[in-house]
Structure formats: C-alpha cells, structure tokens
Design a protein around this ligand. Structure first.
Ligand SMILES: Nc1ncnc2c1ncn2[C@@H]1O[C@H](COP(=O)(O)OP(=O)(O)OP(=O)(O)O)[C@@H](O)[C@H]1O
Length: 276
C-alpha cells in the first residue's frame, strides 16, 4: 500500500529557531492519524510542510508518493484558524469549491452542511468558531482528497459537535478510503478515532506507530511530582516503567494531574521504551 506521508530527516528552521528536527516517519495510507504534542512542539509546522505551504530546511518529505505541492487536489488542509471568507455565504463557499475543484462532491458538501445545521444563506463572518470549523472541514472533505490534514480541527467545537465531527471523519475514511492526519491537544478525543499516533516533543518525533502496537508497549504509572527526577536518573520507577528493557530509553509524558487532599500532586504518566 502507498504511504500517505514519508519524511526522512525532515528539518524546518525559522532563522535560528528549529521548529522540526530530523523527523523520520512512514505513515501507511488509510489511517486516521493523531498528531499530539505540547504547544510549540512542531505539529503545525509538520502539517504545513505536508501540504506544501512550507519548504523544508533539510531532509525529505513525500506525500502520496510525490513532493508536496500547495493547492494539490489530492490533499485537503484545514489550518488552525479555520480560514473562511467572512463576506461570502455558506452556499457561496460550496459554489466556489465546486468551481475550483474538478473532483468536488456536491452531494457530500450539501449533506454535511444540512447535517451540521448550517444555514446556506448565512455569511461566514457571522458564524460561530465551531460553525466556521464545520464549514472549513466540509469544503476540505468535498474536494475528495486522498489525504486530509487538519490542524486542531476540534478545538472550537462543543463536546457533542466534537463527537459528531470525529464520527464524520471516521465515515469519510471508511467510505472513501481517505487518510487523515489531525493534530489535537484533546487526547481523549483522539483515542476514540485514531488508529495511528505520532507524538512530537520539542521539535522531535518521540513516538510514532499503530495505536494497538503502542498500547502493547506502553505502561501507565502514577507518582508524586518530585518522582519525575527519579525517572530520569533510572531510579526505582525505572523497572516498573519498562520491565523488559534495562537500557535508559524511557519516554514519559504527563497525561493528567490530580490535586490530592493535603495539597500533594499526583501525576499519571504514560511511558514507553521507544528505542526498541
Ligand atoms: N513563522 C514562524 N517564525 C518563527 N518561528 C516559528 C514560526 N512558526 C512557528 N515557529 C516556531 O516553531 C516552533 C513550532 O511551532 P508550531 O506552530 O509548529 O508548534 P505546534 O506544535 O503547532 O504548537 P501549538 O500546539 O501551540 O499550535 C515554535 O517554537 C514556534 O515558535
């Protein structure tokens, strides 16, 4: 099967700031891929490189077997700020999409607009943030791209709209064989729909792989906040984190914290032996 996205030593620098460093990935087509990481980790940079809006400083990137080209009909991209044309109505957006994209699926676009309850006559500038996100996704999906890149698509949606939106994404992949890569901070939402996960930390890929494989090699630990120091030093936590590996190769990411009675903080960690 063709890869949706291949990168090899991909690096992007803005002046002296490195946004993405030596990123090597091979994502098979047909997956819903979750791209997670803290603020500034390089998620948007990777997505913009993949849709051809940015050029790499070093390394190689291939999307659907070719160098990314901005505006390619095979790749749909919805940026973080869900760009829509404020002065155009919802219906105008669909007409423009049909005019500009040879593979435009009018039935899909109209059905989605009705499904999410958007008024075709309403100006996009008067829509709420969540409604704008739904419109931007509809326009991107109706292009029927082979790969859909979504930068934090659910950030502005309420919980019910998020659930419907993610359900819609799964239907798109099932019905049209579309690959999707989406960044998000909402890991709980990603868990529900993604079957492939990429974790970016400090501009580098820490973990990438099939979710089932990752779950089989990950362990969750709970400890006091100060115990993170012991983790790095290979202290008593070490053997609990990666019982099958003696090398210093742990990866740990805080998932949530809970304030306990008395003021101590308990952290839940997901850890992985990521060098094996
Ligand atoms: N145009 C730019 N000029 C200079 N530095 C930039 C530019 N765009 C991004 N950066 C820097 O590159 C790094 C990665 O940014 P990026 O937007 O890719 O992170 P992100 O993971 O998407 O963050 P967030 O979750 O906050 O959206 C950050 O340190 C950021 O400050």
């Amino acid at each position: 099967m063709t890869s949706a996205l291949i990168t090899d030593g991909l690096t992007k620098r803005y002046g002296r700031r490195t946004a993405l460093r030596n990123c090597t990935l091979d994502i098979p087509a047909g997956h819903v891929v979750g791209l997670v990481g803290p603020n500034g980790a390089g998620k948007s940079t990777l997505l913009q490189l993949a849709c051809g809006l940015l050029d790499p400083t070093a390394g190689r990137i291939e999307v659907l077997g070719a160098r990314p080209v901005s505006g390619s009909p095979r790749v749909g991209f919805v940026a973080q700020d869900t760009p829509v044309y404020a002065g155009l109505t919802v219906a105008d957006h669909l007409r423009m999409g049909a005019h500009l994209n040879p593979s435009w699926d009018s039935a899909l676009a109209e059905q989605r607009i009705a499904q999410v309850g958007l008024d075709p006559a309403q100006k996009a500038g008067k829509l709420s943030g969540g409604q704008r996100a739904q419109l931007a996704l509809t326009v991107a999906a109706a292009k029927r791209p082979n790969l859909l890149l979504l930068d934090e698509p659910v950030a502005a949606l309420d919980p019910l709209a998020r659930r419907n939106f993610l359900q819609g994404l799964m239907e798109l992949t099932a019905a049209q064989g579309m690959s999707i890569v989406m960044s998000s901070h909402l890991v709980a939402d990603l868990e529900r729909v993604c079957d492939y996960l990429i974790v970016l930390v400090a501009s580098q890929v820490r973990v990438a792989g099939d979710v089932e494989d990752l779950l089989a090699t990950h362990h969750r630990m709970v400890g006091q906040r100060r115990d993170t120091i012991d983790l790095g030093a290979g202290g008593p936590w070490w053997s609990r984190a990666t019982p099958t590996c003696s090398r210093p190769c742990w990866y740990a990411a805080p998932r949530r914290s809970t304030t306990r009675p008395g003021g101590s903080v308990s952290w839940t960690w997901r850890t992985s032996c990521w060098r094996t």
